[in-house]
Design a protein around this ligand. Structure first.
Ligand code: GLY
Ligand code: MN
Ligand code: MN
Length: 431
């Protein structure tokens, strides 16, 4: 993997950072599951985006001065004993040679060196409020830097979340390739699950099937805890217990996507455990699918990101009126938000290194417009819990369909269409 990718991304900051500023990118720390058992390390996404460096407790400072841009990395020191237990460390020399930082130091030097790096600059930028304890550290380094010369200009602390997020929002070719791979792997896992699920399986077994299918294709981890929800469990939007027995006449909603080489896929499919949709399940399913297709059609360069939201609300409202779950004029019901009892979440979110990826949704006072290189999920749903005030025959039906959509120059590309969403295709795949 060429480290040039990351150096080129850092170089692009030259045009975006103010003169006499320092951008701080803190990496992730090791997280512990219990006692001293650590989770496998996962680098913080923005740090990774600009560095490609995957060791914990690192920090990169990008300094923009009238001499141009320079990058300074702080990384775990070389340590023979620690490397025997936990594996190779690049150390400062490796960080410069292999990751093309201009300078690198042991991370034990951060508190000592950061005030000197900040001193004489007018702004320090970083993502405020994202890393626990880091806000306090920045205040301490900035205070120490300012106290070096009380007559110099003060150093303003500026939030860099939008700056960084909006760079990450437009995916480059390298990222698109990786996301496509994550999407393909995830789609193949959904296809396997549709083929294999049967009456009496436990949700947990289906979850393990996904993890296995991801892993055997090179994606060791899911991008988020999979939701494997049989029957009414689908009405709990963030259901992750995944421990109930599946019943033949129920639908199974699975929201599962892998992380491949740091990039996420996010797919939901809802399919009948017994291989055949009931009449009521099919009616609800077809409304969601219609909303899905109508929403995807609006994901185009220049359209407001609110278009798929509004279109999906309208299609779902009309559908619920047609089958008698809502009563009244669809336009009025839409204005009143009557659909929210059954479709209570938003249509989607940006996708990339994070499953809910960085990037703003507003530009000034307006919703953002789609641009080529953006990737959004489209994920309408209808959820009818047993406490809903509807005829019994609808109760316990929860349906969501979710695809990952790349905005292209001329329209869009559905990166997850490989796994069927058409109910006939699903039934024939399951037969
Ligand atoms: N899988 C998380 C989501 O769909 O937003
Ligand atoms: Mn999603
Ligand atoms: Mn999802």
């Amino acid at each position: 993997m060429s480290k040039n990718i990351y150096k080129n991304r850092r170089d692009k900051l030259d045009a975006l950072l103010p003169e006499n500023s320092v951008l701080l990118l803190p990496g992730a720390d090791l997280q512990y599951r219990n006692a001293d058992s650590a989770f496998p390390f996962r680098q913080e996404s923005s740090f990774y985006y600009f560095s490609g460096f995957c060791e914990p407790s690192s920090l990169v400072a990008i300094v923009k001065s009238d001499k141009g841009l320079s990058s300074i990395a702080f990384v775990p020191p070389k340590d023979k004993i620690k490397e025997i237990w936990d594996g190779y460390r690049a150390g400062p020399i490796g960080a410069v040679e292999d990751y093309m930082f201009d300078k690198a130091f042991d991370n034990t030097q951060i508190d000592l060196m950061l005030p000197d790096i900040l001193h004489g600059n007018e702004q320090v930028l970083y993502s405020i409020g994202k890393k626990k304890g880091f806000d306090q550290k920045v205040i301490e380094w900035t205070t120490a830097a300012s106290s070096k010369d009380r007559h110099s200009k003060s150093i303003n602390i500026t939030d860099a979340s939008s700056l960084i997020g909006n760079i990450r929002l437009i995916k480059d070719d390298h990222e698109i390739d990786l996301i496509k791979r994550a999407c393909d792997i995830s789609a193949e896992a959904h296809i396997e699950a549709m083929k294999q699920v049967k009456d009496g399986d436990n949700e947990q077994f289906i979850e393990s099937l996904y993890i296995h299918e991801f892993s055997k294709r090179g994606a060791r981890f899911p991008a988020y805890p999979p939701i494997v929800a049989g029957g009414e469990n689908a009405c709990v939007l963030h259901y992750v217990e995944n421990n109930c027995e599946l019943k033949k006449n129920d639908l199974l909603l699975v929201d599962a996507g892998c992380e491949f080489d740091m990039y996420a896929a996010d797919i939901t499919r809802t399919f009948p455990v017994g291989g055949k949709f009931s009449e009521e399940q099919l009616k609800i399913y077809k409304i969601v699918l219609k909303a899905m297709n109508a929403a995807i059609d609006t994901v185009k360069k220049g359209n407001s990101i609110m278009m798929p939201q509004e279109v999906s609300e309208k299609v779902i409202t009309e559908g619920l009126v047609e089958i008698g779950i809502l009563d009244g004029d669809p336009d009025q019901l839409h204005k009143d938000g009557a659909y929210k009892e059954f479709y209570m979440h938003k249509i989607g979110h940006w996708l990339g290194l994070d499953v809910h990826d960085a990037g703003d949704y507003m530009e000034g006072n307006e919703f953002m417009k789609f641009k080529p290189g953006m990737i959004t999920t489209i994920e309408p749903g209808i959820y009818i819990s047993s406490s809903s005030n509807v005829e019994d025959k609808w109760k316990g039906i929860g349906v969501r369909i979710e695809d990952d959509i790349l905005v292209t120059k001329d329209g869009n590309e559905n990166l997850t269409k490989k796994v069927p969403s058409d109910p006939n295709e699903i039934e024939s795949l399951m037969s």
